[in-house]
Design a protein around this ligand. Sequence first.
Ligand SMILES: [Zn+2]
Length: 101
Amino acid sequence: MLFLSLLRATLHNATEQTRTAAAHGLINNNLTVTITTVQHDCIRGTVQRCTGRKYRTSIHSSVDTPDISVTCQCAEAVRHGKVCMHAVALALYAYALTATP
Ligand SMILES: [Zn+2]
């Protein structure tokens, strides 16, 4: 799966509310993203809230299926298996870094 497909799938699999929360968090500097790995099939980084709490987050493509898998240390991802706002923030940030004008 290509890098942009990975980002698109992450946004697609998140709820509207999660996408909005992530975008607002980035715009208002309530979320700070640090990218540690960007590959065609994997993005990893940490997302820090303005409270100081940090979450390690990653987005991977699967070799066997068209699905993506998202991991994060927050309750939304761990307990509920959802694409959380940290993963969406990571995807948006990675896209902004790599987008060509
Ligand atoms: Zn999370």
